[in-house]
Each structure stands twice: as C-alpha cells, then as structure tokens.
Design a binder for this molecule. Structure first.
Ligand code: UDP
Ligand code: MG
Length: 327
C-alpha cells in the first residue's frame, strides 16, 4: 500500500527478445520508457540478447548502463525467439509480464490497452494485429490459416496467435516452459491450466530496420508444434487413450480382413498367397500391436513426467480452510 492508502499498482515486466536489431533497440527503449513513464506502475524492461552479432550487444550494454530499470540478458548463442523469451520470463519480477518484439513492429503505446483488459479480470491478453503491415502472401495468409487451425484444434479462439505483444499475469507463466516455436501457444496452454484469455486490437508497424528472422519454413515448425501442443493438451495424462484408439481400430480392421481371408482359404479352399489384402491384414494387426505398445510406453513416460517432477495434474486457483491458512 502506498502512503495515501491506495493500493500500489502492479509492477510490470516488459520482455523483448532481441536478435540482430542494432538500429531498433535505442528507439525501442525510448518509446518504452515514454509509454511506461505515463503509467503509475513501477516497471522493469528485460531485453534478452539472443546471440546477436551485429553490434546489438554493445548497444544493449549502453542502454543498461544508463537506465537502472533495464535488465539485459546476453545468451551465449542464438537459441531462438521462444527460448530467449523464456530467459526473459525467468528474470521477470513483475506481477504482470508483457512480451513484445524488439524490432519496433509492436507499439509500446498499446501497453495501457492490454493492462486495461487484464484489469477486467483476464489472465492473458493477446494483441491482435488487425491491420497488419507484413507481406500478404508469405506472412499474413499463412498466419491466418495457422490462426484458424490453432483456434480450432485448441478450442481457444484468437485472431492472432503470432502477435508477440501479449500481457500475462505472472502466475500463468510459472507452469509453461517454452520450446521450439511454443511462445505463440501460451494463451492455449494458459487456458488449459484454467486461465482466462482475451484479445485486443493493437497497432502494427512495418519493419523499419534490419530483416525478419523467419522464412516460409516457420510454417512447418509451427504446424509440428501445434501437433505437439494438441497432444499435450488432450492426452498428456492419458496417452494410451490416443494410441489405443488407433490401435484398436487397426486391430479390429486387421482381424476382420484376416478372418475373411481365413474363410476364403479354409472353407472355400482358394489360394490367398497372392492377395494384397493379406498384406493389408497383417499390416493392420501389426500396427495395432505397435500403437498399443507405444501407448503403454507413453503411459510410463507420463507417469515419470508427472511424478518425478512432482507436477500436479490439476491447477487450483485457491484453497480455503476455516481457521487455517488460506491462499
Ligand atoms: N528473435 C530472436 N531470436 C531469433 C529470431 C528472432 O530473439 O532467433 C527476435 C527478433 O529480434 C524480434 C522478434 O524475435 O524482436 C521477432 O522476430 P522477427 O521480427 O524476425 O519476426 P517477424 O516479425 O518477421 O514474424
Ligand atoms: Mg518483426
């Protein structure tokens, strides 16, 4: 509580991964400070240097040397945007963590919009680049398809998973670990953990300096991560159900095929050695065995995962006990 008795506004941690953005970091710092100084909240700016080799390192050190609210983390090499973001989240001490790009495509002036939405009681607020300033064919179109797919498969409907500008209550980040291109799926992961998710339209600028770090190959990486996330969301505590489903289906089909062939051979007395159906039948039964054993191995893995790491399979919001400690 502040001296006047008004509650202290939550501390903000801004996290931006930076990879070869020499010209952008200075203006980024200035615009961030301008936007944040206008807010009552205390803040810190965490800039994660993801192995830059273009002079960004020196530029960041200079910023950190003159502003004590800036924390710079230099990674040893380029680990990728998600890992760099995670490094920033690990440093964050704020109650609210705001992630954004360092290339000036996201606008710090949008931060109050995200905070206002968060204040309505949401745990994650995602920016939506409604008027996006990227190439349509190679960026906007694949992104629209990806957003539709991710929304459909995760059940969390957002227009713009790819927008880095997002605000999170710090608790919801505690349980996510980011690998690969996973940072874009945080809203889905947070929702799965019982968090509430909203989105607000934000400004988007064309890249002013340097180059985009991504080409079309990102589409495949995002799709593979989506499959992994979907599996985690739906089956990580019960993998046998997913593999078992397919195993049972293959097994039943295979047995029907083989029974039919057995009838042809034994009752009708015809030769079946040359029939492709025989191969299919054997293959299906074989696959059934593979799927089910894979499911059992995955079950063992899941138990190890949850028990060794002592991870609960649920997320409690509060525990209330009369006369005891409530939290
Ligand atoms: N970035 C990073 N490590 C990487 C690639 C990108 O830290 O390996 C940072 C980059 O400096 C920028 C943000 O991630 O701040 C988004 O990258 P970029 O602007 O290239 O992506 P785009 O906007 O083209 O999707
Ligand atoms: Mg960019």
């Amino acid at each position: 509580m502040s001296p006047e008795g008004a509650p202290t506004p939550p501390k903000l941690s801004i996290v931006a991964p930076v990879y070869n953005e020499r010209e952008s970091v200075g203006p980024l710092h200035r615009r961030l400070v301008e936007a944040l100084d206008a807010l009552p909240n205390p803040f810190e700016i965490i800039l994660v240097n993801d192995g830059s080799r273009d002079g960004t390192t020196e530029a960041l050190d200079a910023i950190a040397a003159e502003d004590e609210r800036v924390v710079v983390v230099h990674l040893r090499r380029n680990f990728g945007q998600s890992a760099a973001m995670q490094a920033g989240f690990d440093q964050a001490t704020g109650d609210v963590v705001i992630a954004m790009d360092a290339d000036l495509q996201n606008d710090p002036a949008d931060i109050p919009l995200l905070l206002a939405k968060l204040d309505e009681g949401y745990d994650v607020v995602s920016g939506w680049r409604k008027d996006r300033k990227d190439k349509w064919l190679t960026r906007v179109l694949p992104s629209n398809v990806a957003n539709w797919l991710i929304s459909t498969m995760t059940g969390v409907h957002l227009h713009d998973y790819g927008c880095s500008l997002k605000a999170y209550r710090r608790e919801v980040l505690a349980d996510v670990t980011l690998y690969g291109e996973l940072h874009r799926f945080i809203p889905a992961l947070a929702y799965w953990a019982g968090g509430t998710v909203a989105e607000v339209p934000v400004t988007h600028h064309a890249r002013q300096f340097g180059q985009s770090k991504y080409g079309l190959s990102r589409i495949f990486r995002v799709m593979l991560d989506l499959i992994a996330v979907k599996f985690l969301l739906s089956y990580s505590t019960k993998p046998i159900r997913m593999f078992g489903q397919w195993g049972c289906l293959a097994g039943v089909l295979g047995l029907v095929v083989l029974a039919y062939l057995a009838y042809v051979k034994l009752i009708m007395g015809l030769d079946i050695g040359h029939r492709p159906l025989l191969l299919l039948g054997i293959l299906l039964v074989f696959m059934a065995g593979q799927f089910i054993t894979l499911g059992l191995v995955a079950e063992l893995q899941a138990r190890t995962y949850y028990e060794v790491r002592d991870r609960p399979v649920y997320a409690a919001r509060r525990t209330v006990r009369k006369g005891g400690d409530a939290e």
